[in-house]
Write a protein that binds this ligand. Structure first.
Ligand SMILES: Cc1ncc(COP(=O)(O)O)c(C=O)c1O
Length: 405
């Protein structure tokens, strides 16, 4: 059993990870050097898309994705209401509007039906949908093929927010499609925050199959700078009298940001990515144990519903608890569990209910999102946990809810 406090998520860093970082610290490069490219190559080899663009975190990955797809004022992005703030905010950073789609109440995943409803709602409001940002919440992929058919038929681009789902493999047409291969989306975003499947401290990446999109994101993550003379347009200032490119020169066709990931973080990323398989396998074992133990508490408590045709990487273990029927207050249960060494979290208050979005778009009626939000509680899940830890969490939860485990 793990001694001490169990947070809802935590990184696992071993001596080989530390050695990899120390190796970079002793070398020439601390910022963007060869280890960034090596990490991008490792992501491509592991996940199967043609391109990987490393960046400073999953939020900037989403921002870069929206910018590279050319989103701007007058455009609309469909975003499922149950997600982290960043999925919606990325559209707003580019000046695009957000229309929130409802989700399945038992998985919190957007579906082709709720996407269709959101598209109709957007059009009724005179908005112009251009992109769908679909979210692989908790590590599960929804009915992505159906969502993709619908989006493509309407000429929309697709961002897969895979920040929860590194390590998830979908079974598609008799083959395997890892999240990050961009089998359905134009771009897939990843996060390497310490609660996620692998950690680089802060960190993120965008996977792509279109080299032009990848090139745009590489430029935009570095202030919008073009250093390659082949891409310059201002010959008068770019080249010397001898026709040679000026050695100091770079051009900025449009402004970008400093969203770079550095060599120190990428050394950790390479070392962690090499352990993706065992990390994910351990998460799956723990989820199986949770399923077994939580199912015994039905109907008041159930594990979140599994979506088919995939081996999920499982970022989160969510119990759906009928707090109303049990007449228990979720906050009180969370505080009591914390006092006994168990950290829990709520993923998420529907983003449409955040004051900023309520002010901007008014209240949106999304019954599936509300039903999920009312019942969800994320329980500790990270690879260093033992089966005994799962048992301890479920026993304490059952006791707090007045149920017999
Ligand atoms: C679904 C989702 N998208 C994006 C992000 C942003 O990732 P980061 O924390 O690396 O900025 C998160 C972070 O929790 C997330 O949960």
């Amino acid at each position: 059993m793990t001694s001490g406090f169990l947070p809802y998520g935590r990184h696992v860093v071993d001596q080989d990870d530390i050695d990899a970082v120390v190796g970079v610290l002793k070398g020439e490069w601390l910022t963007t050097g060869p280890t960034v490219e090596a990490f991008e190559t490792a992501l491509v080899e592991t996940l199967g898309a043609r391109e990987a663009v490393a960046c400073s975190n999953g939020s900037t990955a989403l921002h870069l994705a929206c910018a590279a797809l050319g989103l701007g004022p007058g455009d609309t992005v469909i975003v499922p209401a149950v997600t982290f703030l960043a999925t919606a905010n990325a559209a707003r950073y580019c000046g695009a509007e957000v229309v929130f789609a409802d989700v399945d109440p038992d998985t919190a995943l957007m579906t082709a039906e709720t996407l269709d409803e959101a598209l109709h709602r957007a059009r009724r409001q005179g908005m112009r949908p251009r992109t769908v940002s679909t979210v692989h919440l908790c590590g599960q992929v929804g009915d992505l093929a159906a969502q993709s058919r619908l989006a493509r038929a309407e000429g929309l681009t697709i961002i897969e927010d895979g920040c929860h789902a590194l390590g998830t493999v979908q079974h598609v047409d008799g083959g395997d499609a890892p999240v990050g291969a961009c089998r359905f989306g134009d771009l897939t975003t990843l996060s390497f925050h310490p609660v996620k499947t692998i950690a680089t401290g802060e960190g993120g990446a965008i996977m792509a199959n279109d080299p032009d999109l990848a090139g745009a994101m590489r430029r935009l993550r570095n202030h919008g700078m073009v250093r390659d003379a082949a891409g310059w347009t201002e010959a008068g200032q770019a080249f010397g009298a001898d026709g040679q490119p000026n050695p100091w020169y770079y051009e900025m066709p449009e402004p970008g940001w400093n969203f770079r990931l550095n060599d120190i973080q990428c050394a950790l990323g390479i070392s962690q990515l090499a352990k993706l398989k065992p990390f994910v396998e351990r998460r799956r074992q723990l989820i199986r144990r949770y399923d077994e133990r939580l199912s015994a508490l039905a109907p008041a408590v159930r594990p979140m519903r599994r979506h088919g045709d995939q081996d999920a990487g499982w970022h989160l273990s969510v119990a759906l608890i009928d707090f109303a029927a049990l007449r228990r207050d979720r906050g009180a249960v969370m505080r009591a569990l914390r006092a006994q060494g168990v950290g829990t979290q709520v993923h998420y208050l529907p983003v449409s209910r955040q004051p900023y979005y309520r002010r901007r778009y008014g209240a949106t009626v999304l019954p599936g999102a509300d039903r999920w939000y009312d019942r969800c509680l994320s329980l500790p899940l990270f690879p260093a946990m033992a089966e005994d830890d799962v048992d301890r969490v479920v026993d304490l939860l059952a006791a707090e809810l007045g149920l017999k485990p």
